[in-house]
Design a protein around this ligand. Sequence first.
Ligand SMILES: NC(=O)c1ccc[n+]([C@@H]2O[C@H](COP(=O)([O-])OP(=O)(O)OC[C@H]3O[C@@H](n4cnc5c(N)ncnc54)[C@H](O)[C@@H]3O)[C@@H](O)[C@H]2O)c1
Length: 319
Amino acid sequence: MRAVVTGGAGFIGSHLVEELVALGWQVRVLDDLSTGSLANLEAAKRMPGVVLDIAVMDVCEAQASECIADWSPAVVFHLAAQPSVVASEKDPARDAEVNVVGTARVAEGAAGAGGSFVVYAASGGTLYGEVDEEDLPVPEDFPPRPISFYGLSKKTGIDYLELYRAKGRLRYTALALANVYGPRQDPAGEAGVVAIFLDRLAKGLAPVIYGDGEQTRDFVFVGDTVEAFIAAAERQPDGLVINVGTGERTSVNRLLALIAEVTGIRAEPDYAPPRGGELRHICLDPNRALVRLGWRARTSLAEGIRATAATILQAGAGE
Ligand SMILES: NC(=O)c1ccc[n+]([C@@H]2O[C@H](COP(=O)([O-])OP(=O)(O)OC[C@H]3O[C@@H](n4cnc5c(N)ncnc54)[C@H](O)[C@@H]3O)[C@@H](O)[C@H]2O)c1
């Protein structure tokens, strides 16, 4: 089976590429390396019998569609994106360029390949907007009302895929991901609070909490997330948004306490004003994923933190 993975040199994308290659897929990565890196693909490249082609390219360019269609993929996993809420608030136009124009390029490429199935990395953390606590965990039929430009551009990506589908040009599943965390997440990014906290602790710095820390998130481990991508590629439920989360809420204060329990490193956080575009609470109802993909998150937050800490604390200690 042949696949294209856009954003395959990134955090989630590189784990997905590793799993696909291990399953015998022939993979082309399309990535401009803006937040990803070739180092993330080293493990995949070393796997026996690997077929891994890497195209360093901006997904917004017209050639991106050709680059996808030329590979004749059965499945296109679309993960390339401007991934930061904060960056989208600073530069909504660039965010739209990458996340909207880029998705249109990918859709055109998938359609040009004769109708490859697209698995899109949507954002469950921003799609639904501010949700009353009694409506959590939020199901997929909740009206989407993003409050950040990133949330809007990622939602528009789904709308593009839906219109391509309505025109009979492709089939797709949009996985609405919760807060994904795990090894290889870049602590220099503005998202990824688990990686950011662990990195600060490794360097002996106080973790920074924006707001009072009582905001809650749904943290899902990257290994579990990759399993959802593979299940979507295998089962191909067409024209659906499917939440990929645990259904459990954890406050940022509780997360820091759990990190301290798991790692034995305790530090008083610095509290800073809340950041624009960020939600108070979000948590995703994972039932559709169970029914349509046979998927549910299997890694507990403590286990996931342990696996993540093992890599980040080691790297931090080496600096
Ligand atoms: N990490 C999360 O919690 C989370 C949650 C919801 C959705 N997502 C989505 O999952 C996907 C992957 O996110 P991630 O956390 O792995 O982030 P990441 O930054 O590690 O990965 C994004 C990848 O896309 C590449 N990229 C960015 N702009 C590009 C462009 N113009 N052309 C080609 N490649 C480009 C980057 O170099 C990087 O390799 C994104 O689409 C993101 O919106 C992530």
